[in-house]
Design a protein around this ligand. Structure first.
Ligand code: GRF
Length: 198
């Protein structure tokens, strides 16, 4: 099989950036290069980029962000703990090129009001025995795009939103890397609401 060309990656973060860090730690296994890290605020995780001399930008101006994506020939945008909802025209323009990670088994506990510990609080209160995480392509429905990978985590009776978040985060770090790898090897195809992995 012909090797796919190396992909230009942009990472979007809003916080501590541990999912971004996981991608950085495995970058040698990924057929791609991180060209820029963008945040909607002065996020802690930007420091990982600075340590590696990766370009960073703090901006909420999506016209500007969109033209930077084009200038840098970005093939893949990874929302790695990015808490802002992208404008619809941005999503439309880059559909099929934006991957998000969400800390639940979509379609449970997802959508507009489910972020941070609220997700885990809702899962615990609902009494589910399993939760987990999902990577998906971003569509104009919040957390509603085609699912790439999921991983389950058992919810124990003693779990708090904090302990459940910690357990799920370990799995997030794995599926985000795996999803980026699959994308960069041209192994993902969107078919309607589904993702086919070659
Ligand atoms: C993760 O749980 C992610 O799924 C959620 O926010 C958290 C971000 O963590 N959207 P980090 O910034 O990657 O450490």
């Amino acid at each position: 099989m012909e090797k796919s060309s190396s992909k230009n990656i942009a990472i979007f973060i809003s916080g501590r950036g541990s999912n971004f860090k996981s991608i950085l730690d495995h970058i040698n296994e990924i057929n791609g290069e991180i060209k820029i890290v963008i945040s909607n605020k002065n996020a802690l995780g930007l420091n990982y980029a600075k340590e590696k001399n990766i370009q960073t930008l703090i901006s909420n101006d999506f016209e500007k962000i969109s033209s930077i994506m084009e200038e840098l020939n970005i093939d893949l945008i990874v929302l790695a703990g990015y808490l802002k909802i992208l404008p619809k025209n941005f999503v439309k323009k880059f559909f099929g090129k934006i991957i998000n990670i969400h800390p639940s088994l979509i379609p449970s506990f997802c959508g507009k009001n489910f972020y941070g510990e609220k997700v885990h609080e809702a899962a615990i209160n609902r009494g589910v025995r399993y939760s987990g995480c999902t990577t998906h392509f971003v569509s104009d429905v919040v957390d509603g795009g085609p699912i790439i990978l999921q991983k389950t985590v058992e919810v124990s009776q003693n779990d708090t939103p904090k302990t459940l978040a910690e357990k799920i985060l370990i799995e997030e770090h794995k599926i985000i890397v795996e999803s980026v790898k699959l994308f960069c090897d041209d192994l993902l195809t969107i078919k309607g609401e589904r993702v086919i992995i070659k």
